[in-house]
Design a protein around this ligand. Structure first.
Ligand SMILES: Nc1ncnc2c1ncn2[C@@H]1O[C@H](COP(=O)(O)OP(=O)(O)OP(=O)(O)O)[C@@H](O)[C@H]1O
Ligand SMILES: [Mg+2]
Length: 591
């Protein structure tokens, strides 16, 4: 690696300034980036108490000479850029010369390094509490180790903001997985409290690495993304037929740098939503563009980027994912009729950024005029809401109207009811979800689980962070009818499930539950119970696109009427949509 030098002050002023050390995960991020920049092929991360107590990152990279190591802990000292021009084609992950001194200023910091050339290595110890710094010779193989203990010990106000050890640990799992994804030839390991929780040995192919990170179950569902448009190239993988309740399995990289970016997420999710609105596929997307086409110097943590031509980026990503999800034909159609290419009416990514929230492009034919005028979802408390164009006097549907006559099923998904007020549509899936949710919740509250024993117990294998979440939910899972316990490592043995749930749906349910809970910081019992019941209800409920007999429909509607809230499902989705009779009449010019 090039020699380290202190940057000139005018260049320092050009660099996005700010604090990068917020929590253990950000320390791990900065240290891993340094190891990667140093060409390390083996990177080991060791944590104690989610990193609150101790973080260690070891690598076998280039190492540093004694003089360089001393400079490395000084502010604005870097080996990665020299002059202003370098900022426009940064290839390394770091370039600010800020990370090590920032970390050293809020912890007990120990750096050991050997460059393989000098007589021996060097060890530098910095104690933020006392300001003491010691430099000693050290014996070690080529590479660098940084140990960070008692993060924020000297800044109690910041330490207070750290989350629980479990939650900090899960963030670190995400960081290590993310950095490992694009670098499949390098090996990454993560140990927590002495236990190996992530072991990603060098993989032969990128696909193998993606499977190591997403889990074996993803293997059968991975579709390759490979799309070029103008100077941009989108590559990677998306799961077809396997979806998750959250977007946490979506990783976006720009020139191998992990980023959070609205243009990318919007393009990806628009592509995914055009196939199925339920859940989110796992996506590992690598966007390669000219370094001049992207500005990485936007935010000190460098997780935000700015694209010079965001519409090209949007097209290549949306197109690439669509093609992977739908086959060659789908992707081709998009490029011919693609919104960003069709000119005038398209909503371009730049507008999305301005609008503040993603705007979906819709063609005029997607809405019938009827729905445009009066798409009325009527939760009881929102009747006559100001959003309606005209006040609706004394026509507000009453709960009793649910008893109207079932007259059929629309698209094998919606039950149609003729009510005194007009035509009522009930979404069969969410209606059933509401009924089941109430049922599970009552059983759990009364501790009267109903179970169905499996002939052969099933094993559920999951990741490190996931198994910690499941473990903390075991009691509530028992309360709704699961008999399960930790089997070994990260696997659980399940011997009974609630009777409404098919055995084959149990895995999907557990995955959904973990997805829904993993970001939770301090799980309260009631929140856990709600999540368990909601995920279970969603999984066990009848699906859309399923024909129902008249009797089944009538029974479901009757049960819905008895439920705690027939208007909204536990996730807040509407169950009932009413079209007023008067609107139907007006539509036919009868009024
Ligand atoms: N693990 C490592 N192996 C070899 N050299 C390292 C290692 N970590 C840091 N260095 C050297 O120390 C310098 C300072 O590291 P530091 O992380 O503070 O800044 P940076 O990586 O240059 O920029 P940034 O602040 O954006 O991370 C680096 O430029 C690099 O030369
Ligand atoms: Mg760095």
């Amino acid at each position: 690696m090039a020699r380290i030098h202190v940057l000139p002050s005018d260049l320092i002023n050009q660099i996005a300034a700010g604090e990068v050390v917020e929590r253990p995960a950000s320390v791990v991020k900065e240290l891993i980036e340094n190891s990667i920049d140093a060409g390390a092929t083996t990177i080991d991360v060791l944590l104690e108490n989610g990193g609150r107590k101790r973080i260690e990152v070891r690598d076998d990279g280039s190492g540093m000479s004694r003089d360089d190591a001393l400079l490395a802990v000084e502010r604005h000292a870097t080996s990665k850029i020299r002059q202003f021009d370098d900022l426009s084609h940064v290839r390394t992950l770091g370039f600010r010369g800020e990370a090590l001194p920032s970390i050293a200023s809020v912890s007990r910091f120990l750096l050991t390094s050997y460059d393989g050339a000098e007589e021996h290595g060097v060890e530098i110890e910095c104690d933020a509490l006392t300001g003491r710094r010691e430099v000693r010779p050290a014996a070690r193989d080529r590479g660098t180790t940084v140990v960070v203990r008692e993060l924020f010990e000297n800044v109690p106000a910041r330490r207070k903001f750290l989350r629980s050890a479990d939650s900090e640990f899960r963030s670190v799992v995400t960081v290590v997985s993310s950095y490992a994804l694009p670098l499949h030839r390098r090996s990454f390991r993560l140990e927590h409290n002495g236990r190996a929780v992530l072991d990603l040995p060098a993989a032969a192919t990128l696909r193998d690495r993606v499977i190591q990170v997403l889990g074996d179950e993803a293997a059968g569902y991975l579709e390759e993304i490979d799309e070029r448009y103008e100077t941009a190239h989108a590559a990677g993988f998306v799961t077809r037929g396997l979806r998750f309740a959250s977007r946490r399995n979506q990783y976006f990289f720009v020139n191998d740098r992990l980023v959070r970016d609205r243009v990318l997420t919007h393009a990806a999710n628009r592509a995914a939503d055009s196939f199925d609105f339920d859940g989110h596929p796992a996506i590992v997307l690598f966007l390669h563009i000219d370094t001049e086409g992207v500005d990485v110097n936007v935010h000190p943590a460098k997780t935000e980027v700015r694209f010079r031509d965001s519409s090209t980026v949007h097209v290549v990503v949306e197109h690439g994912i669509r093609r992977a999800l739908g086959g060659a034909e789908e992707g081709g159609t998009l490029l011919r009729e693609g919104p960003s290419l069709s000119g005038g009416q398209a909503i371009l990514p730049a507008q999305i950024a301005q609008a503040g929230s993603p705007v979906l492009h819709r063609t005029a034919t997607e809405f019938t005029p009827l729905f445009q005028q009066r798409a009325v979802v009527q939760p009881p408390h929102a009747m006559g809401a100001a959003t309606l164009p005209e006040p609706m006097v004394d026509e507000s549907p009453q709960l009793g109207d649910l008893q109207g006559r079932v007259i059929g099923q629309y698209r094998m998904s919606y039950i149609l009811i003729d009510t005194p007020g007009g035509l009522r549509m009930v979404d069969q899936h969410v209606a059933h979800e509401r009924v089941l949710y109430d049922r599970y919740f009552a059983r759990a509250a009364e501790r009267e689980p109903v179970t169905q024993h499996l002939l052969t117990p099933m094993l559920y294998e999951t990741g490190a962070a996931e198994s910690a979440v499941l473990e903390s939910h075991l009691q509530e899972l028992h309360a709704v009818g699961f008999l399960m316990e930790r089997f070994s490592g990260n696997s659980f043995a399940i011997s009974a499930v609630p009777p409404e749930l098919l055995k084959s749906d149990a895995e999907t349910f557990l995955r959904m539950l973990v997805d829904a809970s993993i970001e939770e910081r301090s799980p309260h019992l009631l929140r856990v119970r709600e999540k368990v019941c909601a995920s279970l209800a969603c999984q066990a409920a009848i699906k859309v696109h399923r024909a129902l007999s008249g009797e089944e429909m009538a029974r479901l509607v009757a049960e819905l009427l008895d439920s705690s809230n027939p208007y909204a499902c536990p996730h807040g989705r509407p169950i009932i949509v009413d079209i007023k009779h008067i609107d139907i009449e007006r539509h036919f010019h009868r009024k």
